[in-house]
Design a protein around this ligand. Structure first.
Ligand SMILES: [Zn+2]
Length: 436
């Protein structure tokens, strides 16, 4: 599948000097617009002793204070807009887990930028105008559906606005329409395959899906292997978030070794989560992004809370020169602290899904028992098992989790079909009862 020749746009092959020159010019424009048009930023920058003229090099971005998600909430709904509402043509809102959501606005120019970076992302995954892109993502407040939709159309492909829910209907339409590309959250790609099999539809023989573009939730390499296998598909990790238009900030190329950031639109930094100071290349930290072309709502140094690293090398065998970030390990606040040990749910997933006797449905429940945290991991068996098989499997997983993560969870193997299914949205993997 890999190795098909692909034509890169000249910007994708630009030299470091060209990219940085463009970034600096756009950064200065962005800071100037934020300073002049958004009262919040005017105050913020003034307090930090910064004027637009303070930005003379890309490193000068570090003088600017971070913008946190809370800043968006505090300016709900429109106070971060740099243009009059009459110029805004679309809004999206992120699901606020607590309190108000965060609202993001788009001018027509923003929609064009977004379509462009999504089209470029599709092209990086080998999608062409011959493709039929089945978009099984929400088309409402969530940015996934429309982002994929605009990008597929911009590329000239056929976009199918399928949305979420109605899984059996999706299976039928994927088959009947001859869809070749699937856009979804990764766990839903597996759910679709599961339902297809229940319906007597063979995901490989009866459908033409061969490319998957997945994002919006953390997914491990083990989950990817399962998706690729069950659909006979090549799947690509795409990155983005509603504050950054939506999907399309970065995507993998065919080498699947990190995600290329579209650096003509985004300036990225990796900083220490505690000090906010820049870390070295290849060192893990929080991704901080300054969009360079956002029109309606400029953001300066947006603290994504996502943990990743920047690749040291700028060269990739695909020919792109734009720098790569590692796959997102999780949000900084996804990390569980179990009796003082830091555990990422992604690390638990990697171990569980490495076991062929389980399917991809699992749930982590953390409780407080007396003075101790207790972690339960419920895992669905891939088929009906005898009690003895279940016990052996649980013991094996418990041992591996302990060995790799230094935690002592209780693993419970449940019957296939027993855990709740997410029909299209993100899977609820972790229930932390200590926080309820
Ligand atoms: Zn590449």
């Amino acid at each position: 599948m890999a190795g098909k020749p692909r034509i890169l746009r000249s910007i994708e092959k630009a030299s470091r000097e060209e990219i940085e020159k463009l970034q600096l010019q756009r950064l200065r424009e962005t800071v100037k617009r934020a300073y002049e048009k958004v009262p919040f930023y005017h105050r913020r920058l003034k307090e930090a002793g910064i004027t637009p003229d303070s930005i003379r090099s890309l490193e000068d971005v570090r003088k600017i204070p971070f913008t946190m998600k809370d800043d968006l909430r505090r300016n709900y709904p429109y106070d971060l807009f740099a243009v009059p509402l009459s110029e805004v043509v679309e809004i999206h809102a992120s699901s606020g887990t607590t309190g108000k959501p965060t609202v993001v606005g788009y001018t027509w120019r923003d929609i064009e930028n977004w379509a462009e970076i999504m089209a470029r992302s599709f092209a990086a995954a080998g999608v062409t105008r011959e493709d039929i892109v089945y978009v099984a993502l929400g088309y409402h407040w969530f940015t996934g559906g429309l982002g994929f939709h605009y990008g597929a159309q911009k590329l000239g492909a056929l976009a199918v606005p399928a949305g979420t829910g109605f899984t059996q209907r999706h299976v039928m339409m994927i088959r009947d329409l001859g869809a070749t590309v699937l856009g979804a959250v990764p766990n839903y790609a597996l759910r679709l395959a599961e339902v297809a099999v229940e319906m007597g539809v063979d995901p490989v023989k009866d459908t033409r899906l061969r490319t998957g573009i997945f994002g919006a939730e953390m997914w491990s390499e083990e989950l990817r292997k399962r998706i690729n296998k069950v659909w006979d598909m090549e799947s690509f990790d795409i990155y983005g978030m509603s504050e950054l238009y939506g999907p399309g900030t970065a995507i993998e190329c065919h080498h699947h070794d990190g995600l290329h950031v579209w650096e003509d639109h985004y300036l990225v930094e990796i900083v220490d989560p505690k000090t906010g100071e820049p870390v070295e290349a290849e060192e893990e930290g929080v991704l901080v992004v300054t969009p360079l072309t956002h029109d309606a709502m400029p953001l300066l140094r947006y603290w994504t809370n996502d943990l990743t690293f920047l690749y040291d090398s700028e060269k990739c065998d695909c020919g792109r020169t734009m720098r790569r970030i590692g796959r997102i390990k999780g949000r900084a606040d996804d990390m569980l602290i179990i009796n003082g040990v830091n555990v990422f749910p992604s690390a638990v997933e990697e171990i569980i899904l490495g076991e062929p006797m389980v399917n991809h449905h699992y749930q982590i429940v953390v409780e407080r028992e007396g003075n101790l945290d207790r972690m339960y991991v419920y895992v669905e068996a891939a088929r009906k098992l005898s009690e003895r098989e279940r016990e052996e499997l649980a013991a094996r997983l418990q041992y591996r989790l302990h060995e790799a993560l230094m935690i002592n969870p209780r693993v419970r193997i449940v019957e296939p079909g027993e855990l709740p299914r997410a029909e299209g949205g993100k899977a609820k993997r972790v229930i932390d009862k200590r926080k309820l």
